[in-house]
Design a protein around this ligand. Structure first.
Ligand code: FAD
Length: 421
């Protein structure tokens, strides 16, 4: 059936047109070939298929990318001067829900995590030299990257507790630390590594301030221990890495010493809104799949659509999807207008939307029966993704605590919460 995109009231003609053309490419060029496009993504698929099949998949992906470039829709998240389309924050949010409707579509539009987040940080904090060396090849697809923050021995939900250190020696940082869950670790040409910077000379920092440092992946001392097996698989591209006496020039400092936490928040704050709009797009797809299946599948002498259990699934999923979408748009609007309560709204969607996605996909799987957990449909992958989203970028509990603190502070100062904003 495909995603049903119509103009959104209140959005500019330009963005509505952008959404329409994105939807057209998703429906025409990606959905009909979805399995074919990504089969190579699974190790089993790659091993079984011959070179010809792999070449055909690659050729199809390249064809879609060329169509995206020709339509002027490439890299909507990056400024025009860096080869992107320079969409503003709100427009991006509205485009992401459409991109997320099809598995992997975003990467065919030049947006692939963690590269896209790293590119955004390089645009904001990078020096001209860093942009030439790391950002431009990243955008051109000639380089890959990873973001290395979480550590096995410290709580990722409390990033200020991180222990990886960068000690200045002359014109270099010497980095020692143990990270894990650095996504895209095998392919990465460089990592943005969150460190505690210590400069005995006192020129930059003495007391271990959070700092992001660009580390080439092939630098001596960058030791990838393993791709961590997740959800029953033996391996993944989420890597455990030991940084052992890794030396990089001081010029690889991304932003100022001490700005690392802020840079991570910049990345995560906007990123959470985008993750949630992606989740809305995935829910939309799962919802369509569920309803479409109910119209044609006969069980026990009748169509699924006529069974009240299934009608309940449809109604509950509608409630989840519509409320998740409106909450996310409200949070995005607050971010866009610099509302001081945006932080609370972001935490609220970060708790609510992944859980709603989890519920909607779960019901869609149930309606599809055994087929729901096969690789023939994107539902199983979405289900696992939804589970991870409840941990990544701050687990639910951390966001609930933050929400409650902000709300209580407001009431303690004698003011109620303004749900009308
Ligand atoms: C598939 C995947 C990909 C990832 N990719 C990356 C990546 O590319 N780069 C990167 O740096 N990291 C990445 N991560 C790591 C992710 O960001 C962390 O797992 C997450 O921040 C949680 O940190 P933690 O695992 O150390 O859990 P902990 O901090 O140990 O927390 C464990 C649990 O404690 C509970 N908890 C935490 N705080 C509180 C509290 N105050 N009150 C009550 N309960 C609490 C929560 O339930 C939480 O889930 C990835 C993780 C996964 C699963």
């Amino acid at each position: 059936m495909g995603i049903n995109v119509t103009p959104v009231a209140g959005l500019s003609d330009e963005i509505n047109e952008w959404r329409r053309r994105t939807g057209e490419l998703i429906n025409g060029e990606i959905l009909p070939y979805e399995r074919e496009l990504w089969r190579g993504g699974s190790v089993e698929g790659s091993a079984r298929d011959g070179d010809q099949a792999r070449d055909a998949r690659h050729a199809r992906r390249e064809r879609v990318k060329r169509a995206v470039v020709a339509a002027g829709l490439w890299a909507p998240h990056l400024p025009q001067e860096y080869g992107g389309a320079g969409l503003d924050f709100m427009s991006l949010a509205y485009v992401y829900e459409i991109l997320a409707y099809a598995v992997g579509a975003a990467s065919l539009f030049g947006i692939a995590a963690p590269n896209s987040g790293n590119a955004t940080i390089l645009v904001k904090y990078g020096t001209e030299e860093q942009k030439q060396r790391w950002l431009l090849p990243l955008i051109a697809g000639e380089m890959e990257s990873g973001f290395s923050m979480t550590e096995p021995d410290r709580a990722g939900s409390d990033p200020r507790s991180l222990a990886t250190e960068a000690i200045r020696e002359g014109d270099e940082w010497v980095i020692n630390g143990h990270k894990w869950f650095t996504s895209n670790g095998w392919a990465a040409d460089f990592f943005i590594v969150m460190c505690r910077a210590e400069d005995p000379s006192g020129e930059f920092a003495r007391n271990g301030q959070m700092t992001q440092i660009i580390v080439p992946a092939h630098q001596p001392g960058v030791n990838i221990v393993r791709g961590i097996g997740i959800f029953g698989r033996d391996s993944s591209d989420h890597c455990e890495i030991r940084y052992e006496n890794v030396r990089v020039p001081i010029e690889n400092t991304l932003g100022r010493v001490g700005q690392g936490h802020q840079a991570a928040q910049d990345r995560l704050g906007a990123g959470r809104v985008f993750h949630c709009m992606n989740a809305v797009g995935m829910m939309w797809r799962a919802f369509d799949l569920m309803v479409e299946r109910s119209l044609v599948r006969e069980v026990h002498g009748g169509l699924l659509k006529d069974k009240q259990f299934v009608q309940g699934f449809i109604a509950d999923s509608f409630l989840d999807l519509q409320s998740a979408r409106l909450m996310t748009i409200n949070a995005a609007e607050r971010v866009a207008r610099g509302d001081p309560d945006a932080r609370t709204a972001i935490s609220a969607i970060k708790v609510f939307v992944p859980a709603a996605l989890h519920r909607v996909v779960d019901r869609a799987i149930q309606v599809w029966g055994g087929a729901g957990v096969t690789n023939d449909l994107p539902l199983a992958q979405m289900y696992l993704g939804a589970r991870v989203l409840r941990l990544a970028d701050g687990p639910d509990e951390v966001h609930r605590i933050l929400m409650a603190k902000n709300i209580l502070r407001r009431y303690e100062s004698g003011e109620g919460w303004n749900f009308g904003a």
